[in-house]
Design a protein around this ligand. Structure first.
Ligand SMILES: [Zn+2]
Length: 308
């Protein structure tokens, strides 16, 4: 056995996902960026290090600061909650210039958040967008429990209301923590739905396989990210004409598709344009919904962390 071979392969894989050197133009940056699955694997590996207490704290020194001062090429866009217990870079064990992070209570996709995601994915060429909710989310809990909110908060939680309403309608037996947990996951799907609804640019990037958009839920106690994968209705969301639905409207039209065909954890099928299509077929014998079909590690793409 040639003992140099593993090293050669590792070097090759490292080369594939080598971060973009500062100063390169956008064309070069796009050509050398990791693929969506490689970027996803880097996050999975980082979260595994964080949850196990074996963090490497990469890209956090003066040399890295000097490097990224010349330009940023984050490999993932993360939309997560402002909750102080969800420190995004830390929970993925990443450093400076690695992640393009949007944090807003309830990880909602409203105009400013969508515009920021477009900047990260479109202008900075990040190949991966993660919409990440978390356990015990106060914003979702406030909606699920009917808490009274004041000031500007009603304008924030109106993005979350449809998710909770969907859970109440489609999983009527849930209450308490079960209702809140289901709403947290539904809110992730809703946020991705809103992103696709609002952003033609994001749709185009996904359709051309330059970008992947996945959901996730972070567990405050374990430190582990539970990956939900791509939106199970993504194909339909990508082909839905822009503007056919007002996603934040209180009276958004409900689908006429048979509700029993929906899985418990399925997203809100908000569109009307394709309601005659059959939703994804649930598997009644498996509590894991189709939304978890990509929860395992991506099966290809080097996945070697370039920042170790
Ligand atoms: Zn939260």
């Amino acid at each position: 056995m040639n003992q140099t071979r593993p090293i050669a392969i590792a070097s090759l894989l490292a080369l594939v996902v080598t971060p973009i050197p500062a100063g390169q133009n956008a064309h070069d940056a796009a050509a050398n960026a990791p693929t969506p699955d490689q970027a996803w694997l880097m996050l999975r590996e980082g979260n595994a290090r964080f949850a196990s207490g074996n963090v490497e704290n990469p890209n956090s020194d003066a040399a890295r600061r000097a490097e990224v001062a010349e330009g940023q090429h984050p490999f993932a866009v993360i939309l997560s909650c402002s909750d102080s217990r969800v420190p995004t870079e830390r929970l993925f064990d990443r450093g400076i210039g690695d992640l393009f992070v949007i944090r807003v209570a309830g990880n909602v996709s409203d105009t400013d958040e969508v515009g920021t995601i477009e900047y990260g994915a479109g202008h900075l060429h990040s190949p991966l967008v993660v919409v990440m909710g978390h356990t015990s989310c106060g914003a979702v809990k406030a909606v699920a429990t009917g808490a009274e909110v004041h000031g500007s908060i009603p304008g924030l939680v109106d993005n979350i209301i449809p998710a909770v309403e969907w859970v109440r309608k489609n999983r009527p037996g849930l209450a308490g923590d079960e209702l809140i947990n289901a709403s947290i996951e539904a809110n992730v799907w809703r946020s991705i739905d809103d992103l696709f609804t609002e952003s033609e640019e994001v749709r185009g990037l996904v359709q051309s396989n330059k970008l992947k958009v996945v959901g996730a839920v972070y567990d405050l106690a374990s430190g582990k990210v539970r990956w939900l994968g791509e939106h199970p209705y993504q194909d339909r969301l990508l082909t839905r004409p822009i503007g056919i639905e007002t996603p934040h409207a209180q009276n958004a039209p409900e689908p006429s598709a048979p509700q029993p065909m929906l899985t418990p954890a399925a997203p809100m099928p908000t569109e009307q344009a394709h309601q005659d299509e059959k939703p994804m077929k649930p598997n009644p014998t498996n509590s894991t919904s189709p939304t978890h079909k990509t929860a395992d590690a991506p099966t290809h793409g080097g996945g070697h962390d370039p920042h170790r």
